[in-house]
Design a protein around this ligand. Structure first.
Ligand SMILES: *Cc1c(COP(=O)(O)O)cnc(C)c1O
Length: 497
């Protein structure tokens, strides 16, 4: 499979797309065409375990990677998860399911891809004969950073530098990152919000000068953010796997359509669902759920993406994003793969702060997507009521997705012609990862200390506490540096020595 840039004529192999992270023209790599999964293959997937299902999907994009080796790498990656199935589908009631993606080492869905990315990257370098050291440069709203640090810890030939917004992550996320082990890692707080942090990091990727300076030190840049196709591909697999689980458990007939509700920030997770649909998975509607930072809700409903708006810190911090990078990949498809138009819109977004799509494009979007948002009150109420009704503690991100899924269900119920379809809500984090917010949602009370929060949630819900979070309490803080966004590159140079 060849890859092309969303903004120009640049092309790459799968290995090159992963190693480079993004195209030099500022665009993102997308497959030259969507590989299809036939009904027969989908049928075969029913009898497979998770790593085999994922290997089938990934193999279609990364044809130059040896199939057996890829499967082995997937087995090893998902072997680090708690339990046999890294992405279990939990039935809540008839027609409502949770796809739990938080059983990995860092308790959020980012592990689904970031435990696999190190293999894709290392093997990619081998295939390309690259001898340089790789610097994985990452901006994080909290969860990507930790998952990347954990995934690449002490990996040979790789260094990881993570930048997070000083005030924009939860205490637990900060602790997870700042206590990270490993000799090849660096964690730095950046003044400002996630968008400031992400923009500054993206600037380094686009700068010839920065790349040159690193090259002089024998270092190549790559990214662990979802702009990297190597992040996206493993995420496609769990949509297929969830579908297979619905069929094998007798919940749906093969070929029936399923809706997915996804708590969205950088538009990576839901984009993977869209890719699954384009590959042939019977998907009905994709529900794009935002929190109070609802630029995407407006985009899907009005056709205007406007980043010039207030930024809110919410109880679902991993979704506190104004500029959703991966939307560029959807825009590219929407425009009929018009790279010039996509480039123009992205330019308009950075200079004027917004862009508008054509009315027919907006109509086309509505065929696949429904978008809505949850206010902080909505989220609290949803988490509270869900626990009351089903004895299941949602984390606050998943609470956002559940709230918006319910809004969509009400709308569909009004339509007499709409057939009923199962709804899968994507559960992106363990409630223990955001203990203060979840405890507040469950009880209306504040708890000052995260670990106390964990204890109390456990008392109320009896849900098992992940060992990795418990252990944080006794780990020393290793990283304390705070810089302004314009100093990020200096930090990078310091780190690589
Ligand atoms: C990253 C993250 C999201 C948002 O996912 P995107 O791929 O950025 O849209 C949602 N929930 C949690 C817990 C996350 O870590």
């Amino acid at each position: 499979m060849r890859f092309i840039s969303t903004r120009g004529s640049e092309t790459a192999t799968g290995a090159e797309a992963v190693v480079r992270g993004m195209a030099a023209d500022g665009g993102l790599f997308v497959p030259e065409r969507f590989p299809s999964v036939t009904e027969e293959e989908l049928g075969q997937m029913l009898g497979m375990d998770y790593p085999e299902r994922a290997a089938l999907i990934l193999g279609k994009y990364f044809e130059e990677y040896p199939a057996e080796e890829l499967l082995g790498a997937l087995r090893a990656a998902y072997g680090t998860f708690d339990g046999d199935d890294p992405a279990p589908l939990v039935k809540i009631e008839d027609g409502l399911f949770l796809l739990e993606l938080f059983h990995g080492p860092t308790c959020a869905f980012k592990d689904m891809a970031l435990t696999v990315l190190p293999y894709l990257l290392r093997k990619g370098c081998d295939l390309l004969g690259i001898k340089e050291e790789i610097l994985v440069l990452t901006a994080t709203s909290g969860d990507t950073g930790k998952a990347a640090l954990e995934g690449f810890m002490d990996a040979k030939g790789v260094k990881v530098a993570v930048f997070y917004p000083e005030e924009g992550v939860s205490k637990m996320q900060k602790l997870q990152m700042c206590t990270q082990d490993g000799e090849n890692v660096s964690v730095v707080a950046v003044k400002g919000n996630f968008d400031d942090c992400q923009s500054a990091v993206k600037k380094i990727f686009r700068s010839e000068e920065c790349r040159e300076k690193l090259k002089e030190k024998g270092i190549l840049l790559s990214s662990a953010n979802s702009i990297n196709f190597g992040r996206l591909a493993p995420q496609i697999a769990y949509y297929f796997s969830a579908y297979c689980d619905l069929v094998t458990s007798g919940q749906i007939a093969m070929g029936a359509k399923v809706d997915f509700s996804v708590p969205t920030g950088n538009f990576g997770n839901i984009l993977a669902a869209y890719y699954a649909k384009r590959m042939g998975l019977p998907v009905g509607t994709l529900i794009c759920a935002s929190n109070h930072n609802n630029a995407l809700t407006d985009f899907f409903n009005k056709g205007i993406y406007d980043r010039k708006r207030s930024f809110y810190r919410t109880m679902s911090p991993s979704m506190d994003i104004l500029i959703s990078s991966n939307l560029e990949r959807l825009l590219f498809e929407l425009s009929g793969r018009d790279a010039a138009l996509t480039a123009e819109r992205m330019k308009s977004l950075s200079s004027a702060g917004k862009y508008t799509i054509r009315p027919e494009e907006l109509k086309q979007l509505a065929e696949t997507f429904y978008a809505g948002f949850a206010s902080e009150e909505d989220t609290v109420e949803c988490v509270y009521e869900f626990f009351e009704d089903f004895n299941y503690p949602l984390d606050t991100h998943t609470g956002v997705a559940m709230h918006v899924a319910r809004g969509y269900a009400r709308k569909r119920a009004e339509d007499v012609n709409a057939e009923s379809r199962p709804m899968v809500v994507v559960a992106t984090a363990s409630p223990y990862k955001f203990p203060q917010a979840v405890y507040y949602a469950l009880t209306g009370n504040d708890v000052k200390d995260s670990f106390k929060g964990i204890k109390r949630i456990h008392l109320i819900t009896a849900m098992k506490v992940p060992e990795s979070l418990k252990a944080l309490r006794y780990k020393p803080l290793r990283f304390k540096t705070v810089v302004s966004p314009d100093k990020i590159f200096d930090e990078v140079m310091n780190f690589v020595g």
